[in-house]
Design a protein around this ligand. Sequence first.
Ligand code: SF4
Ligand code: SF4
Length: 282
Amino acid sequence: MNPALLEDLFSGVGAAAWGQTAYTALLPHMDAAAQAKAQALCPNPGTVLVAAFPYYAPSGAGNLSRYARGRDYHLVLGKRLGTVCGKLETAFPQNSFVPGVDSSPLPEREAAWAAGLGLRGRNGLVILPPWGSWVFLGTVLTDLPPDFPPAVPSGECLNCGRCAGACPGGALLGGRFDPEKCLSHLTQKKGDLPPEQAALVAAHSMAWGCDICQEVCPYNAAPEQTKLSTFSNDLVENLTLEMVEGATNRSFKAQWGERAFAWRGPGVIRRNLALQGKQKKE
Ligand code: SF4
Ligand code: SF4
Protein backbone atom coordinates (compact mmCIF):
# COMPACT_ATOMS: atom_id res chain seq x y z
CA MET A 1 0.00 0.00 0.00
CA ASN A 2 1.50 3.17 -1.20
CA PRO A 3 1.65 5.85 1.55
CA ALA A 4 0.50 8.53 -0.89
CA LEU A 5 -2.64 6.52 -1.66
CA LEU A 6 -3.32 5.98 2.04
CA GLU A 7 -2.77 9.67 2.77
CA ASP A 8 -5.29 10.56 0.06
CA LEU A 9 -7.82 8.05 1.34
CA PHE A 10 -7.60 8.92 5.02
CA SER A 11 -7.39 12.68 4.58
CA GLY A 12 -10.28 12.41 2.12
CA VAL A 13 -12.53 11.08 4.90
CA GLY A 14 -11.43 13.66 7.46
CA ALA A 15 -8.71 11.84 9.41
CA ALA A 16 -6.15 14.21 10.89
CA ALA A 17 -3.46 11.55 11.03
CA TRP A 18 -2.96 7.90 10.15
CA GLY A 19 -0.30 5.25 10.50
CA GLN A 20 0.30 1.57 10.04
CA THR A 21 1.74 -1.28 12.03
CA ALA A 22 2.36 -4.97 11.53
CA TYR A 23 -0.47 -7.05 13.02
CA THR A 24 2.12 -9.15 14.85
CA ALA A 25 3.21 -6.07 16.83
CA LEU A 26 -0.22 -6.09 18.49
CA LEU A 27 -0.26 -9.75 19.51
CA PRO A 28 1.24 -9.13 23.00
CA HIS A 29 -1.82 -6.92 23.67
CA MET A 30 -4.44 -9.40 22.39
CA ASP A 31 -5.71 -12.43 24.25
CA ALA A 32 -6.55 -15.69 22.47
CA ALA A 33 -10.20 -14.69 21.99
CA ALA A 34 -9.27 -11.36 20.41
CA GLN A 35 -6.77 -13.07 18.11
CA ALA A 36 -9.39 -15.65 17.07
CA LYS A 37 -11.90 -12.86 16.34
CA ALA A 38 -9.36 -10.96 14.26
CA GLN A 39 -8.51 -14.14 12.32
CA ALA A 40 -12.23 -14.78 11.71
CA LEU A 41 -12.73 -11.25 10.40
CA CYS A 42 -9.60 -11.31 8.27
CA PRO A 43 -7.81 -14.64 7.77
CA ASN A 44 -4.03 -14.23 7.82
CA PRO A 45 -4.00 -10.66 9.11
CA GLY A 46 -0.88 -8.79 8.11
CA THR A 47 -1.23 -5.06 8.65
CA VAL A 48 -3.29 -2.70 10.76
CA LEU A 49 -3.95 0.83 9.54
CA VAL A 50 -5.03 3.25 12.20
CA ALA A 51 -6.54 6.70 11.77
CA ALA A 52 -7.35 9.52 14.19
CA PHE A 53 -10.35 11.83 13.89
CA PRO A 54 -10.35 14.92 16.17
CA TYR A 55 -13.61 15.77 17.94
CA TYR A 56 -12.91 18.70 20.26
CA ALA A 57 -15.50 21.47 19.93
CA PRO A 58 -15.97 24.29 22.43
CA SER A 59 -19.13 23.73 24.48
CA GLY A 60 -20.42 24.30 28.00
CA ALA A 61 -19.69 22.32 31.15
CA GLY A 62 -22.59 19.88 30.73
CA ASN A 63 -23.04 16.43 32.26
CA LEU A 64 -22.16 14.42 29.17
CA SER A 65 -18.60 13.56 28.29
CA ARG A 66 -17.43 15.54 25.28
CA TYR A 67 -17.06 12.46 23.10
CA ALA A 68 -20.78 11.73 23.48
CA ARG A 69 -22.12 15.19 22.63
CA GLY A 70 -22.03 15.01 18.84
CA ARG A 71 -23.14 12.28 16.48
CA ASP A 72 -22.12 8.77 17.58
CA TYR A 73 -18.52 8.28 16.46
CA HIS A 74 -19.17 4.60 15.79
CA LEU A 75 -21.57 5.61 13.02
CA VAL A 76 -19.42 8.45 11.72
CA LEU A 77 -16.10 6.59 11.65
CA GLY A 78 -17.74 3.34 10.53
CA LYS A 79 -19.04 5.06 7.41
CA ARG A 80 -15.79 6.88 6.68
CA LEU A 81 -13.63 3.80 7.16
CA GLY A 82 -16.10 1.86 5.03
CA THR A 83 -15.37 4.33 2.21
CA VAL A 84 -11.62 3.81 2.69
CA CYS A 85 -12.03 0.02 2.65
CA GLY A 86 -14.20 0.16 -0.50
CA LYS A 87 -11.46 2.06 -2.33
CA LEU A 88 -8.75 -0.27 -1.06
CA GLU A 89 -10.79 -3.28 -2.22
CA THR A 90 -10.93 -1.76 -5.69
CA ALA A 91 -7.17 -1.17 -5.68
CA PHE A 92 -6.39 -4.62 -4.18
CA PRO A 93 -9.23 -6.95 -5.25
CA GLN A 94 -7.47 -10.07 -3.93
CA ASN A 95 -7.24 -8.77 -0.39
CA SER A 96 -9.50 -8.13 2.59
CA PHE A 97 -10.00 -4.83 4.40
CA VAL A 98 -12.03 -4.78 7.60
CA PRO A 99 -12.94 -1.50 9.30
CA GLY A 100 -13.13 -1.35 13.09
CA VAL A 101 -14.29 1.28 15.56
CA ASP A 102 -14.13 0.59 19.27
CA SER A 103 -15.78 -2.84 19.25
CA SER A 104 -13.03 -4.32 17.09
CA PRO A 105 -10.83 -7.09 18.57
CA LEU A 106 -7.81 -4.90 17.83
CA PRO A 107 -6.30 -2.83 20.67
CA GLU A 108 -6.78 0.52 18.95
CA ARG A 109 -4.62 2.61 21.25
CA GLU A 110 -1.77 0.13 21.12
CA ALA A 111 -2.12 0.13 17.33
CA ALA A 112 -1.89 3.92 17.27
CA TRP A 113 1.20 3.95 19.49
CA ALA A 114 2.86 1.15 17.52
CA ALA A 115 2.17 3.16 14.36
CA GLY A 116 3.81 6.21 15.93
CA LEU A 117 0.63 8.28 16.18
CA GLY A 118 0.84 10.95 18.86
CA LEU A 119 2.03 10.29 22.39
CA ARG A 120 1.31 7.65 24.99
CA GLY A 121 -0.60 9.46 27.76
CA ARG A 122 -0.26 8.35 31.36
CA ASN A 123 -4.05 8.53 31.43
CA GLY A 124 -4.07 5.69 28.89
CA LEU A 125 -5.11 7.92 26.00
CA VAL A 126 -3.54 8.74 22.67
CA ILE A 127 -2.46 12.40 22.71
CA LEU A 128 -2.18 13.91 19.27
CA PRO A 129 -1.02 17.54 19.32
CA PRO A 130 -2.51 19.99 18.41
CA TRP A 131 -5.81 18.13 18.93
CA GLY A 132 -4.83 16.85 22.34
CA SER A 133 -6.41 13.59 23.44
CA TRP A 134 -9.78 14.54 21.92
CA VAL A 135 -9.44 12.07 19.06
CA PHE A 136 -11.45 9.05 18.00
CA LEU A 137 -9.50 6.12 16.62
CA GLY A 138 -10.50 3.74 13.86
CA THR A 139 -8.65 0.82 12.32
CA VAL A 140 -8.50 -1.13 9.08
CA LEU A 141 -7.31 -4.71 9.33
CA THR A 142 -5.95 -6.25 6.14
CA ASP A 143 -4.24 -9.44 5.03
CA LEU A 144 -1.74 -7.43 3.02
CA PRO A 145 1.67 -7.93 4.60
CA PRO A 146 3.53 -4.91 5.92
CA ASP A 147 5.62 -3.39 3.12
CA PHE A 148 6.92 -0.34 4.92
CA PRO A 149 9.72 0.44 7.34
CA PRO A 150 8.46 -0.01 10.92
CA ALA A 151 7.28 3.25 12.49
CA VAL A 152 9.07 4.73 15.46
CA PRO A 153 6.59 3.95 18.27
CA SER A 154 5.00 6.88 20.10
CA GLY A 155 6.91 8.53 22.89
CA GLU A 156 5.60 9.19 26.39
CA CYS A 157 3.63 12.25 27.51
CA LEU A 158 5.11 14.80 29.94
CA ASN A 159 4.26 12.46 32.82
CA CYS A 160 3.26 15.47 34.92
CA GLY A 161 0.83 13.37 36.96
CA ARG A 162 -2.01 15.91 36.80
CA CYS A 163 -4.40 13.28 35.40
CA ALA A 164 -3.70 10.79 38.20
CA GLY A 165 -3.90 13.53 40.82
CA ALA A 166 -7.22 14.88 39.55
CA CYS A 167 -8.96 11.54 38.97
CA PRO A 168 -11.88 11.48 41.41
CA GLY A 169 -11.79 7.72 41.98
CA GLY A 170 -8.02 7.23 42.04
CA ALA A 171 -8.33 5.06 38.94
CA LEU A 172 -4.89 6.05 37.64
CA LEU A 173 -2.86 5.60 40.79
CA GLY A 174 0.05 3.19 41.00
CA GLY A 175 0.83 3.38 37.30
CA ARG A 176 -2.12 1.27 36.22
CA PHE A 177 -5.72 1.92 35.22
CA ASP A 178 -8.46 0.44 37.40
CA PRO A 179 -11.78 0.63 35.52
CA GLU A 180 -13.76 -0.18 38.66
CA LYS A 181 -12.62 3.17 40.09
CA CYS A 182 -13.22 5.12 36.90
CA LEU A 183 -16.27 7.36 36.83
CA SER A 184 -16.54 7.02 33.07
CA HIS A 185 -16.79 3.25 33.33
CA LEU A 186 -19.14 3.38 36.32
CA THR A 187 -21.60 5.78 34.67
CA GLN A 188 -21.94 3.18 31.90
CA LYS A 189 -22.00 0.09 34.10
CA LYS A 190 -25.39 -1.59 34.27
CA GLY A 191 -27.28 -2.55 37.41
CA ASP A 192 -27.05 -1.48 41.01
CA LEU A 193 -23.63 -0.18 41.96
CA PRO A 194 -21.96 -1.21 45.20
CA PRO A 195 -22.01 1.62 47.79
CA GLU A 196 -18.49 2.94 47.09
CA GLN A 197 -19.12 3.16 43.36
CA ALA A 198 -22.60 4.63 43.83
CA ALA A 199 -21.10 7.29 46.11
CA LEU A 200 -18.55 8.21 43.44
CA VAL A 201 -21.26 8.61 40.80
CA ALA A 202 -23.46 10.55 43.25
CA ALA A 203 -20.68 12.97 44.13
CA HIS A 204 -19.98 14.02 40.53
CA SER A 205 -22.60 15.50 38.29
CA MET A 206 -21.92 13.36 35.24
CA ALA A 207 -24.81 11.56 33.59
CA TRP A 208 -22.44 9.79 31.22
CA GLY A 209 -18.64 9.63 31.11
CA CYS A 210 -15.92 11.74 32.70
CA ASP A 211 -13.42 14.10 31.10
CA ILE A 212 -11.42 15.14 34.15
CA CYS A 213 -8.14 13.41 33.25
CA GLN A 214 -8.37 15.02 29.82
CA GLU A 215 -9.40 18.50 30.98
CA VAL A 216 -6.37 18.79 33.29
CA CYS A 217 -3.83 17.51 30.77
CA PRO A 218 -1.47 20.26 29.55
CA TYR A 219 -1.70 18.91 26.00
CA ASN A 220 -5.41 19.79 26.13
CA ALA A 221 -4.92 23.38 27.33
CA ALA A 222 -5.74 24.89 23.94
CA PRO A 223 -6.68 22.07 21.60
CA GLU A 224 -7.37 22.70 17.96
CA GLN A 225 -11.05 22.45 17.15
CA THR A 226 -12.32 19.61 15.01
CA LYS A 227 -12.96 20.37 11.36
CA LEU A 228 -15.62 17.65 11.28
CA SER A 229 -18.96 19.42 11.62
CA THR A 230 -20.66 16.20 12.67
CA PHE A 231 -18.73 16.49 15.95
CA SER A 232 -19.24 20.23 16.43
CA ASN A 233 -22.84 20.87 15.34
CA ASP A 234 -26.04 20.05 17.17
CA LEU A 235 -24.26 19.14 20.39
CA VAL A 236 -26.17 17.75 23.37
CA GLU A 237 -24.36 18.88 26.53
CA ASN A 238 -26.79 17.84 29.23
CA LEU A 239 -29.38 15.23 30.09
CA THR A 240 -31.90 15.78 32.87
CA LEU A 241 -33.94 13.30 34.84
CA GLU A 242 -37.06 14.61 33.09
CA MET A 243 -35.52 13.68 29.73
CA VAL A 244 -35.06 10.04 30.73
CA GLU A 245 -37.92 9.47 33.14
CA GLY A 246 -40.44 7.09 31.62
CA ALA A 247 -38.21 6.39 28.60
CA THR A 248 -38.09 2.79 27.38
CA ASN A 249 -35.09 1.31 25.60
CA ARG A 250 -37.03 1.64 22.37
CA SER A 251 -38.16 5.24 22.86
CA PHE A 252 -34.71 6.29 24.07
CA LYS A 253 -33.02 4.73 21.06
CA ALA A 254 -35.61 6.27 18.74
CA GLN A 255 -34.82 9.71 20.17
CA TRP A 256 -31.09 9.43 20.80
CA GLY A 257 -29.98 6.41 18.77
CA GLU A 258 -27.43 8.44 16.85
CA ARG A 259 -25.64 9.51 20.05
CA ALA A 260 -22.91 7.51 21.75
CA PHE A 261 -24.62 7.76 25.15
CA ALA A 262 -27.67 5.84 23.92
CA TRP A 263 -26.25 2.35 23.51
CA ARG A 264 -26.84 1.32 27.14
CA GLY A 265 -30.43 2.57 27.10
CA PRO A 266 -31.95 5.07 29.55
CA GLY A 267 -31.58 2.93 32.71
CA VAL A 268 -27.98 3.74 33.62
CA ILE A 269 -28.44 7.46 32.96
CA ARG A 270 -31.63 7.51 35.03
CA ARG A 271 -29.77 5.74 37.86
CA ASN A 272 -26.82 8.17 37.70
CA LEU A 273 -29.05 11.26 37.77
CA ALA A 274 -31.21 9.80 40.54
CA LEU A 275 -28.10 9.11 42.67
CA GLN A 276 -26.98 12.71 42.19
CA GLY A 277 -30.48 14.06 42.96
CA LYS A 278 -30.61 12.01 46.15
CA GLN A 279 -27.19 13.30 47.21
CA LYS A 280 -28.36 16.91 46.74
CA LYS A 281 -31.41 16.34 48.96
CA GLU A 282 -29.35 14.77 51.76
S1 SF4 B 1 -1.94 15.04 32.53
FE1 SF4 B 1 0.32 14.89 32.46
S2 SF4 B 1 0.72 12.73 32.99
FE2 SF4 B 1 -1.43 12.85 32.48
S3 SF4 B 1 -1.56 12.33 30.29
FE3 SF4 B 1 -1.38 14.56 30.41
S4 SF4 B 1 0.81 15.00 30.28
FE4 SF4 B 1 0.60 12.83 30.76
S1 SF4 C 1 -12.18 9.30 33.06
FE1 SF4 C 1 -12.38 10.33 35.07
S2 SF4 C 1 -12.55 8.68 36.54
FE2 SF4 C 1 -11.78 7.75 34.63
S3 SF4 C 1 -9.56 7.78 34.83
FE3 SF4 C 1 -10.11 9.71 33.83
S4 SF4 C 1 -10.38 11.19 35.52
FE4 SF4 C 1 -10.39 9.14 36.39
